[in-house]
Structures are given as structure tokens and as C-alpha cells.
Design a protein around this ligand. Sequence first.
Ligand SMILES: NC(=O)c1ccc[n+]([C@@H]2O[C@H](COP(=O)([O-])OP(=O)(O)OC[C@H]3O[C@@H](n4cnc5c(N)ncnc54)[C@H](OP(=O)(O)O)[C@@H]3O)[C@@H](O)[C@H]2O)c1
Length: 213
Amino acid sequence: MKIGIIGSGNIGGNLGKHWSKAGHKVLFSSRHPNELKSLVKEAGENAEAVSVTEAFEANADVYLLAMPFKAIDKISELYAGEYGGKIIIDATNPYPERDGEMAQKVRDANYNASEYTAMKFATAKTVKAFNTIHAEHLKDRAFSTIDKLAIPFAAQDQESRAVGKQLIEDMGFDALYVGNLSDTNIMDPDQAIYGKSLDRSTLQALVNTTRVH
Ligand SMILES: NC(=O)c1ccc[n+]([C@@H]2O[C@H](COP(=O)([O-])OP(=O)(O)OC[C@H]3O[C@@H](n4cnc5c(N)ncnc54)[C@H](OP(=O)(O)O)[C@@H]3O)[C@@H](O)[C@H]2O)c1
């Protein structure tokens, strides 16, 4: 698959390296793409650095959102002509201290952060994934054969669910489907499975317990 990485920092940088290693074509994007040279070198021959505009114009199959939450509004507006029908994997989290008032509004709203993203990127299919894991674990625990971690994810439809699952498993994590986007409240900051690095069965048990109560 061709994957456009929007925000090539702790999360986007590591996910892109893992997908590149798994054989996907990776477009790391930044507002300063020439600062990504060492990342591209580390990621190998499947990766290149581009501007955010070039990433959206490259007709990728999947776009990973791994920039500050506050950038969702502008990016969804600017590139509305490009991402229609594509899959958006949303790894962002709203943090008012970093993202300002719009993040507080989403925290206080009666919808989940993933539903906000899906509203903004309305013509794409949204998958919520990788927002609950610490960047260090994402970096160090991929491609493990023992003590595999499970990545919880949610998706808007069958196609995006299948792609989300595949892209999690391609980097050696287990994928745990938690439901559709209305079920992602447990994945949001400070909620039940946020920041939890667990194996599949322990994570599944925690999800089940959370839903019973
Ligand atoms: N760190 C974690 O443990 C963790 C875990 C799970 C989820 N998350 C979430 O994942 C997202 C990224 O976190 P991170 O820790 O990877 O952050 P980061 O290391 O700061 O990387 C974010 C990247 O986004 C780019 N960016 C910043 N503002 C932008 C804008 N307005 N438009 C486009 N690109 C912009 C920056 O690149 P340029 O300045 O080069 O453009 C930056 O390298 C956040 O929403 C965060 O809450 C973080």
C-alpha cells in the first residue's frame, strides 16, 4: 500500500519506519521535508520525504494523522479534494494544553475524538488506532515474536476495518477491534484503555469489564 504520513514525529516517524520495513511505500510528510533526511535514510528504500501538499497529491491509499490534534481543522479543509474515498488512520489525541480551545470542546462534547476526525474528513473512511500506545512502546515492541502487544482499533466500515487490522499486524502487533467510532470513548485520553500496553487477552478482558460497568 502507499501510505502518506501526516506529522513525522514520535508516532508518525516510528509507524512509517515499521510500515516501510513491512514493504509498504511510505511518504513521510512535514512542513519542512528537508529536515526528514535521517528518518528517510533509517526507513530505507521504500520511504521518501515530501511536503504535506505533496503527500495529499500523491494519491496514497491510506493517510496517517500523527500531528497535533489542532491541525485537523485546517488539514481536512485544505486537502478535501484529495482524500475522498481514502482511509484515514487517526492516531491523534486532543490535549487542550497543546491544542487549545478546540481540543477542550471535543473533550467536553458528547462525541468521541475519532468522531470529530470523521466529521471533518467526511468523505474519507476513518480508523482510530495507535493513539493509546506510548511512543516508546510503539518504537521498541513492533515485530516482537514474544510478548506481543495488542493495538486497539475502531473503524467506520468493513473495508477500513480490514485495512486497519492488516496495517497493525504487518508491524508485528496483535490487532484488537473495539467496534465502530462510537465505541472509541474508552480509547480517549484518561479513559479505560488509554496508555495501556497489554497483550491481546488482557486488553480484551479490560475492554469487556469496562463495557459491563
Ligand atoms: N507521543 C506519544 O506517546 C503519543 C502516543 C499516541 C498518540 N499521540 C498523538 O499523536 C500525535 C503526534 O504526536 P507526536 O508525539 O508524534 O508529536 P511530534 O513528535 O511533535 O510530531 C508531530 C509532527 O506533526 C507536525 N506538525 C505540527 N504541527 C503541524 C501542522 N499544523 N500541520 C502539519 N503538521 C504539523 C510536526 O512536523 P513539522 O513541524 O516538521 O511539520 C511534528 O513533527 C498527537 O496528536 C499526539 O497526541 C502521541
